[in-house]
Structures are given as structure tokens and as C-alpha cells.
Design a binder for this molecule. Structure first.
Ligand code: AMP
Length: 216
């Protein structure tokens, strides 16, 4: 099962990727996460991409293609995977097609998370996560049950993503998304793979729709 989640930052792809991965026992691959961990480690790659990521701009296709190939070639991806944040451009999508073709695999579905841009700014700027277990919260929509304590693991240590902090960087990310996405949507529409998702629905309802689609 190979699933692609398309959607603007903050549209809820990450939450659904984790739920789908658990349900179908396949890894969720978030290219944003992979890149953020390189920055956190301070690796050569991390140092190279830190400023670009901080500004909300996209990382070059060549580098992204190298990263995704090595991740998809890993043994844990042999039964499939969920992609969150890749492809972001048509050339990345073409490359992914080539990789799939060469390994005799096909993409099962591409879910496109639809949500208005106005609704996204608060959603993104309010995001924070537990430093210990990674559970995701939002100061506007999904606060912890007890103030300052993670519902999941009880930790009192939280963090924001560096590129979620400033409204300017968030707007830049949304602009980049808008500019590249329509072409990408057209690309998958022509292949009859695109499934539209109303991203304003609750996460369990969205998940149910996705599972129904994949299992019917
Ligand atoms: P995300 O967590 O998906 O919002 O990604 C965070 C940042 O990582 C983006 O703003 C880009 O700088 C970079 N990034 C993630 N995935 C890609 C990709 N497929 N192509 C280019 N840049 C990416």
C-alpha cells in the first residue's frame, strides 16, 4: 500500500499519516521530519538546509530525491508507506513514479487535504508538541487537558517547530504550497489517483473516510 498525502502545512496530514501508518502497519515518512532531524543533529546536510527551511522556502528537488530514495529503499518500506510532504513538485512526483515503476510497485491513492488558507494561519502558529513523546497540540484548538502537562506521557516539556513561529515564514510556506500544488493536483488527477478530503472535519472522521476508501 503506497499512499500520498497532499495538503498545505497545517492541514492535518501529519496526524492522518500517523493513524494510517498504525492501522496498516507501514511507516509514515514525513520529509519535513527527516529534514528537521538533520537540522537538529547539526549534520552537514542540516547546516546546509537550516536557513532555507527557516524561511519557509522549499529544498531543491535533487536533494529531496536523494533523501526519499534512500528512505524508500529501506527494508521497512517493502510492504508500503505513507508519504507526508513528498512530492511537493511535479518533478518530485515524476521521480517517484520512476522509482515505483522500477521496483514494480504502484501508488494506491493520493489524498488531497482541502482547507481555506485563512483557517490555516492560526492552526500553524498555534501548533506545539511534547518534547518527550512528540504528541501534537494546538493552543487554539487542541490544548492539553491539564495546562502544561502532556495528555499522553505526563511530560511538562513542550516545543514549537522553528518554522511555525513567525507569521511571515508561515505565509511564505503557504505561498510556496499554493504555487506548486495546483500543478501537482492536476498531475495526479490525470492519473485518476486523486481523492479529495475535507480537512475541516474532525481527525477521526477524516480517518474513517480514508480507511473506507482504501479498504473498499
Ligand atoms: P513540512 O513539515 O512538510 O511542512 O516541511 C517543512 C519544510 O521542509 C518545508 O517548508 C520545506 O522547507 C522542507 N520540505 C519538506 N518536504 C519537502 C519537499 N518534498 N520538497 C522540498 N522541501 C521540502
Amino acid at each position: 500500500m503506497i499512499i500520498i498525502l497532499l495538503g498545505a502545512p497545517g492541514s492535518g496530514k501529519g496526524t492522518q499519516a500517523a493513524m494510517i501508518a498504525k492501522k496498516f502497519s507501514i511507516p509514515a515518512i514525513s520529509t519535513g521530519e527527516v529534514l528537521r532531524s538533520e537540522v537538529a543533529k547539526g549534520s552537514d546536510l542540516g547546516t546546509l538546509i537550516k536557513a532555507t527551511m527557516g524561511s519557509g522556502a522549499l529544498i531543491g528537488d535533487d536533494m529531496m530525491i536523494r533523501i526519499i530514495k534512500s528512505r524508500i529503499d529501506s527494508a521497512d518500506c517493502s510492504n508500503g508507506f505513507v508519504l507526508d510532504g513528498f512530492p511537493r513538485t511535479v518533478s518530485q512526483a515524476r521521480y517517484l513514479d520512476e522509482l515505483m515503476f522500477n521496483s514494480g510497485r504502484t501508488i494506491s491513492a493520493v489524498f488531497n487535504f482541502n482547507i481555506k488558507e485563512d483557517d490555516l494561519i492560526n492552526r500553524i502558529c498555534g501548533r506545539f508538541f511534547c518534547k518527550k513523546c512528540g504528541a501534537l497540540y494546538n493552543s487554539f484548538f487542541r490544548r492539553t487537558k491539564v495546562d502544561g502537562i502532556c495528555d499522553n506521557c505526563g511530560s511538562d516539556s513542550f516545543q514549537k517547530r522553528e518554522d511555525d513561529g513567525s507569521e511571515e515564514a508561515v505565509k511564505n510556506r503557504l505561498k510556496n504550497y499554493r504555487e506548486t500544488t495546483s500543478e501537482l493536483i492536476g498531475f495526479y488527477q490525470k492519473k485518476n489517483l486523486l481523492v479529495s478530503v475535507d480537512a475541516l472535519q474532525s481527525p477521526p472522521l477524516i480517518f474513517q473516510g480514508i480507511v473506507n476508501y482504501l479498504t473498499n
